[in-house]
Design a protein around this ligand. Structure first.
Ligand code: AME
Ligand code: ZN
Ligand code: ZN
Length: 409
């Protein structure tokens, strides 16, 4: 239920704190009982249409819609995910699901930055615009999706394949970005492709006291060395060129090692798992060949399998060839917001939207804020949160008024 504001608190902040108290925490987020009801209540308060699409059992996408005045035009999609990552409660100074606010206005909660703030900011901007009697040409759909934090496989990945998504006729989308510790805001126009792969090495087994030839461990060591050498090169490339950001290079980490049964038994197989994040300008076929080469060079019986392999990186143009970018950047200039376009270093649901043909920008309007997503003591200051609503109050009318594009005429 939505209560009245504590004395002196802005009602948008109160609503934000209520959303933060809903435990949509992975791995068992409660979507259906609480979030959907919470969003339905807001939809009815704001006079927005509300539909629910259950993309997988218990996995509901809730869509709130503000109809535009010109039904021929494609819509603006404002996406946010409703789930949050787990917490290590003992490392938090306050209960991460209490949304405690300190005297400086810092609101501590899991999801304060990632990304319950953005979901409420969209809604509160629309509340204000509707309150001013505004009508906008393009329809605005707010999509609240499940399971982003575990890859979106039972969330956005399924949703973009559904007829209900087609029916939204999305022309452009906003989705999450990252906080920025400086005055400058960051906006993300592409993402790196997650490639999660396990390299398995097989070799001769035998007694641990002997010099067994051609062991799984020796070959695994060789391939791991090749991967880590590549890692070092990319790290140096990033460090030596100040124009590059993390998202612009390919990173890799060795994250899991498996194998072995006993100290004195040389195992027949061992494996190493890697989290690669491939930059969007990389030729993916050639990159896979390179991985194949590292395996072959390590010796017979070294193979790889993908656990996750994204092969559809897309870039949303950040020049005036993209009318959505032109409007976005114009509003930022008018508001004197410094904005830096970057490639998102990790993966968000934007990748599914872009691959479905919808240009998308990742933008969470949080400057002067340390980057604490997935970290202990995640917080957002209420003044920064409220400023974000002001920013959407300017952005949404501009984006929802982009004139008919050539394919819409
Ligand atoms: C590949 S699906 C996992 C998604 C997750 N997203 C974030 C933002 O951490 C990641 O990049 O690891
Ligand atoms: Zn997120
Ligand atoms: Zn996250």
């Amino acid at each position: 239920k939505i209560t009245t504001s504590p004395k002196g608190e802005h009602p948008s902040v109160t609503l934000f704190r209520q959303y933060l108290r809903i435990r949509t925490v992975q791995p068992e987020p409660n979507y259906v009982d609480e979030v959907v009801l919470f969003l339905e209540k807001i939809a009815s308060d704001l006079g927005l249409d509300c539909q629910k699409v259950e993309v997988a059992p218990g996995r509901v996408v809730t869509i709130l819609t503000w109809q535009g005045t010109d039904p021929r035009l494609q819509s603006l999609v404002l996406n946010s995910h409703t789930d949050v990552v787990p917490v290590f409660e003992e490392h938090w100074s306050h209960d991460p699901f209490e949304a405690f606010k300190d005297p400086q206005g810092n609101i501590y909660a899991r999801g304060a930055q990632d990304m319950k703030c953005v979901g409420i900011q969209y809604l509160e901007a629309i509340r204000r615009l509707k309150g001013e009697g505004k009508r906008l040409p393009r329809t605005i759909h707010l999509t609240f999706v499940p399971d982003e934090e575990i890859g979106g496989h039972k969330g956005m990945e399924l949703f973009v394949k559904r007829p209900e998504f087609q029916a939204l006729r999305a022309g452009f989308a906003l989705d999450e970005g990252l906080a920025s510790p400086t005055e400058t805001f960051v906006v993300f126009y592409s993402e790196r492709s997650p490639w999660w792969l396990r390299i398995t090495s097989s070799g001769n087994p035998g007694h641990g006291s002997r010099f067994i030839e051609n062991t799984a461990a020796e070959k695994l060591h060789r391939v791991v060395a090749s991967v880590l050498e590549f890692r070092e090169q990319e790290k140096l490339r990033l460090q030596s060129d100040p124009s590059l950001t993390l998202g612009a290079v390919t990173s890799v980490n060795l994250t899991v090692l498996q194998g072995g049964v006993a100290y004195n038994v040389v195992p027949a197989t061992m494996s190493a798992s890697f989290d690669f994040r491939v930059a969007p300008d990389v030729d993916l076929k050639a990159f896979e060949k390179r991985i194949q080469g590292w395996c072959q060079d390590a010796g017979e019986g070294v193979t790889y399998q993908f656990q996750q392999k994204w092969t559809e990186p897309r870039i949303t143009a950040t020049d005036d060839s993209n009318p959505w970018w032109a409007e976005f950047s114009r509003v930022c200039r008018e508001m004197s917001l410094a904005v830096k376009p970057e490639i998102f270093p990790a993966a968000t649901d934007s990748r599914y939207l872009r691959a479905a043909g919808v240009p998308a920008l990742g933008f969470s309007p949080m400057n002067l804020t340390p980057v604490l997503l997935h970290d202990h003591n995640e917080f957002l200051n209420e003044a920064v949160f409220l400023r974000g609503i002001d920013i959407y109050v300017r952005l949404l009318p501009a984006l929802a008024s982009v004139p008919a594009l050539p394919h819409e005429r």
